[in-house]
Design a protein. Structure first.
Length: 211
């Protein structure tokens, strides 16, 4: 009789222990699941609120900064001088300015083309200098006609070579043919009282000598 009672108590205790252990394990399992669901819900609403109010995740913000930095580097490589002073051209030639006799040696080419832009609007009229066709036509000075060949030889009206081109200001003025008229240039020397009409001769000087 006593043995049966002891066995019954053991069975009851084992059953209670098993129930308790099962309850604890079950509770932990469901507690873990519930916490996970709660965290998932919190994350979901956090993302929704961030998008709604423009709040960016740290990872997303970092990625956007990298994109901006990469774009800035690419732009700098494409335009290395965009922030440098020397990217602004200061050597542009202003053809709207009137002719100046202190123009540096011209580059052979189109009329008025010079190596360096002129900074001063100054003409030294005490030396041979270019005048306009109107000034030449209204002048009371003696007029002299000369020819300037394509190979840069200055001649008189009989095609005799003039060695001293300085009488008309030199090549720096002769190469300005075309500044007013395509094939003619007018130069005044007030010291001699002469206006020179210099006509462009499209033949070379050697060809003229054969005439």
């Amino acid at each position: 009789m006593t043995k049966k009672i002891i066995n019954s108590l053991v069975i009851v205790l084992v059953g209670l222990s098993g129930y308790k252990i099962g309850e604890v394990l079950t509770s932990r399992k469901y507690e873990k699941r519930i916490n996970k669901e709660i965290n998932d819900i919190r994350s979901y609403y956090k993302i929704r609120l961030n998008k709604l109010y423009g709040v960016k995740e740290e990872k997303e913000e970092k990625e956007e900064k990298e994109i901006v930095n990469n774009k800035r580097i690419t732009d700098d490589l494409k335009n290395p001088k965009k922030n440098e002073k020397d990217s602004i051209r200061t050597d542009a030639i202003d053809y709207s300015k009137p002719y100046r006799t202190n123009t540096p040696d011209r580059v052979v080419g189109e009329p008025g083309e010079t190596k360096v832009a002129i900074e001063e609007d100054y003409v030294d009229t005490t030396k041979p200098h270019i005048i306009t066709p109107e000034e030449y036509g209204l002048s009371e000075y003696q007029t002299v006609t000369l020819f300037y060949t394509v190979d840069k030889v200055l001649t008189d009206d009989d095609f005799n070579q003039i060695d001293n081109v300085g009488i008309v200001g030199g090549y720096v003025l002769l190469d300005q043919i075309g500044i007013y008229d395509a094939d003619c240039l007018y130069i005044r020397d007030i010291n001699k009282g002469i206006d020179y009409e210099i006509l462009l001769e499209e033949r070379e000087f050697s060809k003229l000598q054969q005439l």
